[in-house]
Design a protein around this ligand. Structure first.
Ligand code: GDP
Length: 221
């Protein structure tokens, strides 16, 4: 799939203010500083589309980008930062949970994990929560240009092993670099498969929506 057009549609603080659910949505989420903005800019080919932040936790809204007038890329606030008060964190976290659990046009969740590090509790507990809620998700390992190939593959293998131990089963995993654009085509092709075959889209959570904030409160490892 080629991205021909990408623009910010709107930003919403919580589910009720999200735009009409008329288009398929793909949510990108991860720890602050994981490289989410850089990845969004790289995928869309627009360097200024998502802000790349020097200030972790600054982006607190759910940002909706309209892509090719056909689907939406949804940029969720980063988790795992320490600079925001507990009350604010709870509030922000409820918005994210609510969006993930209740948004009917959400097709897939792409969870970003930094390939430079060994597995972090906050990432694993977030994935555990997605699994428990039976939401459809995949993992994108970011910043693969920053470490040697063997270091990246060790970290990726270690992370996926941890997932296996915890009975976390991502639909797919990708490796990417916003710097070299590695992984771009595979990620876009994956999203494209949902758009071309509507039958593959419906693996939404079947569990009763329940706002469980455990994954957020674990904070940094
Ligand atoms: P966000 O907080 O998740 O949106 O993260 P950003 O996109 O703002 O990235 C955090 C930092 O990592 C910035 O300094 C980026 O330039 C850097 N960064 C992000 N992705 C990559 C990448 O693929 N390769 C390299 N070398 N640096 C990256």
């Amino acid at each position: 799939m080629k991205i021909r057009s990408a623009s910010l549609l709107t930003s919403a603080p919580h589910l009720e203010l999200c735009p009409d659910p008329s288009m398929p949505e793909f949510a990108f989420v991860g720890r602050s500083n994981v490289g989410k903005s850089s990845l969004i800019n790289m995928l869309t080919g627009k360097s200024g589309l998502a802000r790349t932040s020097g200030q972790p936790g600054k982006t607190r809204l759910i940002n909706f980008f309209s892509i090719n007038d056909r689907w939406r890329l949804v940029d969720l606030p980063g988790y795992g930062y320490a600079k925001v008060s507990k009350a604010d964190r709870q509030d922000f976290n409820e918005s994210v949970s609510e969006y993930l659990l209740k948004r009917q046009n959400l097709k897939h969740i792409l969870v970003l994990v930094d390939s430079q590090h060994e597995p972090m509790d906050s990432d694993l507990s977030f994935l555990e929560w997605l699994q428990e809620m039976e939401l459809p998700f995949s993992v994108i390992f970011t910043k693969t240009d920053r470490a040697s190939k063997s270091q990246v593959s060790n970290n990726v293998a270690f992370f996926l092993e941890e997932c296996e131990h915890l009975a976390i089963h991502p639909a797919k995993s990708f490796q990417c670099s916003a710097k070299t654009a590695a992984g771009k085509n595979r990620i876009l092709e994956f999203i494209g498969t949902f758009l071309s075959s509507p039958g593959t889209q419906s693996s939404r959570g079947k569990k009763k929506p329940q706002i469980n904030l455990g994954w957020m409160n674990k904070g940094k490892k």
